[in-house]
Design a protein around this ligand. Structure first.
Ligand code: GCW
Length: 673
């Protein structure tokens, strides 16, 4: 239940003794907003890790926590050469004071002190030295936010960890401990916002009864630096406002939203703003009135602007009524509006152009939309990656997207640089993660899914962190710092993403999951769903080959990526094999780089995926001494489910595709003979 904030007793006697000598008293000088939170966290953490109580006093303290403006003259002078801090940024620096050293945790805002405190505690959790500290941290993105796809009836769309943690029925009266734990956990990794309700939204959340409940949550989260945001259903003026239109150009609609914004800010002065899913998968939007996405977004932006609120407008739009390849539609829709959105609008773009697949190339809007602030949307919940049953370490996937090169300003123009504004100079920046949190006793269902929440938060603070560093931190903070545990387990985590790609969708295959619920294989047509919701639309298997031709001879989606990528990927030979079938329809007997046919390689990848899960199981079997019995058994059982399902994926997909390849199953496939 304590996630990565386990604060286990430091077992190494030397480290323990050193920490105990170094830490007796803390002087928290500023932080009116969250002084109590900082003090409680330090007391809890230190008591649990060192078995001693801290005293909080201004005399003789070894740790000083204060805003830059509240430092004394000597302290100010010691930090005068520190690099520039952003409002949430902080320094942790050892300075001499009289005959002893003092650790200074300082920044510009109350929240910076909170983040600095969590970082300081993390140093102890990782058993790092507390001597000669000289750390400077600035978050690289300003909006670091979770998106809850939580409905008001507490079901969670694509949620696999129980029901919604928001107990609307008992709010605002009952403030559950979980809300505080949730806020602590988010603050500890630097997240600063949360959208409480599903993007497939009910308008009722905007009614005054619900706003009182939202206010109660906002009040709980405020000392932890977490702002509350809501999804705004575009048709709310009709559904709860009694108007007969939601046309963004109607003055009564504009007035309704302005009044609604005023009402919200009256209750919640630091309300963050609105997230909107419009004209996507049946949701209402400006197109219903012949208006554009810009007209819709800007209308809401105007309502929020007087209060410094933002609109996060989602780019996830596609329609089966349009003949165009679904992977192209968002780009086609939004590119003409580049530069036309109001300053407080961010376009929230999923990492890839289809939908949260185990592997996708980055979304071409990240290179195409250069005059509009863009936000990344990652999915932490594992809609297409085995739900809560599969162990998949997602920071590996996030890192791959963030470090992809867009080439917009020459080589090394990574997606991460686009997001942080280095290439465009965009001022409002952000990143969203679709939450995997629910009422499950361990928050996320699979014990290892906690790592994905943690990893998302760490990357939201610094999108250039490596998945490896995140894996090690999480393992140490959650389970054990013993290298005999951390080393094999970080290898396990770092291999887990490629395992799932291999046994589900190798070589650039995508969206061949079962229809609707998206769990398990379904490369066949099943039921009567629309064409772009069926797998055959994406894999295009036929007697000639496999894969979606997105080059100029096919849908030409490739042209949305700019010349460097287009040039490289337009030929099969120069396309990275991991994206092969994303961009090409490849003959079954085409020889890949290793000299074997596509068919052989496909089988090889499926089999490798299964073998990788077997490796994960044998590593895990050795880990019993380092984790508690319950987590050990639960993970063991889940890994066995994962193994079974990986075989199901392999067998179903290979048998299905064999009907088209008409080639023999390679001998390494278990049932081949
Ligand atoms: O991936 C699809 C999901 C829908 C989701 C939609 C979206 C919230 O299957 O459940 O709706 O994406 O992102 O809007």
């Amino acid at each position: 239940r304590n996630l990565w904030l386990q604060y286990d007793l430091v077992t190494d006697p030397v480290v323990l003794r050193t920490y105990k000598e170094q830490l007796n008293a803390v002087d928290i000088r500023s932080a009116a907003l969250n002084k109590q939170v900082i003090q409680d966290e330090l007391q809890t953490g230190i008591l649990s890790m060192l078995g001693k109580h801290l005293s909080f006093t201004s005399s003789n303290a070894e740790v000083v926590i204060a805003k830059l403006k509240d430092l004394d003259a000597n302290e100010k002078q010691q930090v005068s050469k520190t690099p520039k801090l952003e409002s949430d940024g902080y320094i942790i620096k050892t300075i001499p004071k009289g005959s002893k050293d003092v650790i200074l945790i300082s920044g510009l805002s109350d929240n910076s002190l909170l983040y600095g405190t969590f970082h300081f505690l993390r140093l102890l959790q990782l058993h790092e030295s507390l001597s000669d500290l000289d750390l400077v941290e600035n978050p690289k993105l300003s909006i670091r936010i979770l998106n809850h796809w939580d409905n008001l009836d507490r079901t969670v769309e694509r949620g696999y960890a129980g029901f919604s943690i928001w107990d609307w029925h008992h709010l605002p009266g009952l403030i559950k401990k979980e809300y505080i734990e949730y806020a602590r956990a988010n603050a500890s990794i630097g997240l600063n916002g949360t959208v409480l309700n599903n993007v497939n939204a009910s308008a009722y959340i905007l009614q005054d009864e619900y706003l009182d409940k939202v206010k109660a949550l906002a009040d709980v989260f405020r000392p932890y630096g977490i702002k509350v945001y809501l999804t705004a259903r575009f048709s709310a003026p009709i559904e709860i406002g009694g108007l007969d239109t939601a046309d963004p150009l109607s003055s009564e609609v504009q007035r309704w939203w302005k009044d609604k914004a005023d009402e919200i800010y009256n209750l919640i002065p630091d309300f963050g703003g609105f997230l909107v899913k419009a004209n996507s998968e049946g949701q209402p939007g400006p197109n219903n009135y012949g208006r554009s996405h810009v007209e819709g977004a800007n209308m809401l932006a105007d309502a929020l602007a007087p209060h410094q609120g933002v609109v996060m407008w989602r780019a996830f739009v596609y329609s089966d009524e349009k003949p165009e390849d679904r992977a192209k539609q968002a780009y086609t829709e939004f590119i003409p509006f580049d530069g036309e959105f109001k300053d407080n609008v961010l376009l929230q773009v999923k990492n890839g152009p289809i939908d949260f697949q185990p592997r996708e190339p980055f979304h071409p809007l990240f290179s195409g939309m250069q005059k509009t602030p863009l936000m990344m949307e990652f999915q932490i919940t594992q809609e297409y990656l085995g739900g809560m049953s599969h162990l998949v370490f997602l920071p590996q996937l996030f890192e791959e997207t963030l470090q992809s090169d867009t080439f917009i300003k020459g080589k090394n123009s990574t997606v991460s640089k686009v997001l942080v504004g280095d290439l465009s100079g965009q001022k409002v920046t952000g990143i969203a993660g679709v939450s995997n949190i629910g009422t499950a006793r361990n928050w996320t269902g699979h014990p290892f899914a906690q790592a994905n929440w943690f990893g998302f938060g760490r990357l939201a603070w610094n999108p250039d962190l490596s998945a490896k560093a995140i894996a090690e931190e999480w393992l140490k903070m959650t389970f054990s710092t013993d290298p005999d545990f951390v080393e094999p387990m970080s290898t396990l985590l770092l291999n887990s993403r490629e395992a799932v790609v291999n046994y589900m969708t190798p070589l650039g295959l995508h969206h061949i999951m079962a229809e609707g619920h998206h769990q398990g294989p379904g490369p066949w047509v099943d039921g009567l769903a629309r064409e772009d919701w069926t797998s055959v639309y994406y894999h295009k298997a036929d007697s000639l080959g496999l894969g979606f031709d997105r080059t100029a001879s096919g849908s030409d989606a490739l042209s949305q990526y700019g010349t460097e990528i287009e040039k490289a990927y337009s030929k099969i030979e120069t396309t990275p094999e991991k994206y092969l079938l994303w961009f090409h329809h490849v003959p079954w007997d085409y020889k890949l780089k290793n000299g074997h046919s596509l068919w052989y390689n496909l089988a090889r990848h499926y089999q490798d995926g299964v073998l990788k899960v077997e490796d994960m199981i044998s590593t895990w079997e050795q880990m019993q001494p380092y984790v508690d019995e319950y987590v050990f058994r639960q993970t063991q059982m889940l890994l066995n489910i994962q193994l079974k399902e990986s075989k199901w994926w392999r067998d179903a997909c290979l048998l299905y595709f064999q009907q088209f390849s008409n080639m023999e199953m390679p001998a390494f496939i278990p049932h081949a003979k």
